[in-house]
Write a protein that binds this ligand. Sequence first.
Ligand code: PMP
Length: 476
Amino acid sequence: MGKEFSIIPRNVPLVDTPYRRIATALPHPDSVATLETLRRFEPQSMRGQPPIVWDRADDVFVYDKYGNRWLDWSSGVLVTNAGHGAREVRQAILDQVHSGLLHNYCFPSEERAALVECLAGLAPEGLDKVFLLTTGSEATECAIKLSRAHGLKVGGPKKIGIVGFERGFHGRTLGAQQAGGLAGQKAWIANLDPAIINAPFPDGYWQPATGFDTFLAALDRAGMRPEQVAGVIMETYQGVGPDFAPVAYVRQLADWCRQHNVVLVFDEVQAGFGRTGKFWAFEHYGTAPDLICCGKGISSSLPLSAVIGRAEIMDQFAPGSMTSTHTGNPVCCAAALASVRKILAEKLTENAAALEPALRAGLQQIQARHPDVVGRVTAKGLVAGMQIVHPGGQEPNHDLAHRIVEECYLKGLLLFAPVGAWGQTVKIAPPLTITHEALTEGLNVLAEATAAAVGNLLTDKTAAASPGRGSSPDLP
Ligand code: PMP
């Protein structure tokens, strides 16, 4: 896992369609100096994405400076739900900048008031309080803290357990990463908190048993009784898929949490703001949490996140003791308000729902052509994934997934690097403004890219098998 893309320019076939334009070698030779500067001064963890030096981005397009245009299926990383650089969002940012207020800490502002009122209005009944932060990780950390504080209050010093899910992701900070379920990424923590545990995530693929008894069994295995659990944090869908839990499972979980006075947190950092064809992804389950974590698509642009929840959980900390320096920055608030209004006014959630069948069908066609290596395809609204495996089984194949993403980039379709516990998922997440025609073109490109990557794999194998010729994965 964790390969970097080559930054050696290579000649690629020219592309010129209404949605994609590739007119130069990639990366453009003049952009290599910038790529090298980044490689010199940034940690290598920052080398993960296709080497396009972004110059501008507009709606569903990303441009470099050299006349190349990609159809964007990344939305950055599921951020630009309302489209890149939406006119309304830009204008709101400009107006706020011109108003003369760029920062006000936790001092009151009209912008913060407007946004928290708007978000509370969009949340289910009873989730009336909104705390604004900056990143998704901050929102999940805050939800963990609120859950524990609540557990201590209602159940005493033993009620501190936090249950997350295997293969889950809530961010890269200490608490968020412990509650998450990517074992490899927690190695650095070393002394894991025994009161933060993971239950199997019932996706029906990596975890075939999908009954709620698997949750109870995980508690048993950890020696944790219900009265010791303060909170359960679950991504509404796991990003690797998108993988949803069965509806019955989630309803049982919600009942169990109510019964045992456990705070139920849905992490909607990735799933919210229309992405899955419902405004909140938990609407697919017909049940609501006590706390919602938001981020990414909340603003379609500037960094902002939020925890939305019940007053008795949100109001546990005294004035001044649950704050953050950039909480509800007025420019970010203005951007978020404009983005949310655009999602609602232009019915972008509905657009995501309407395009889901086409997206799923396109991916299923690709899977039908490559059943050996496309292990699983899933789609909900405008988020989808193809999980790539080694032929004939279910062993994740990061290398092939990486090649598919690379082939797409060379053909003018932009995806971020493969994701998932083993880096096996080619993930699709265009802005929610995408049209049926653009989506169809993207699916055709993905089909060609998959065929090319699978073909290269076969060529490599033949080359490796013939004496005197080594494989050369990164050459044209
Ligand atoms: N939760 C989920 C479900 C996410 O997908 C992410 C980001 N990928 C986070 C939390 C963390 O958000 P951030 O990177 O803004 O800290």
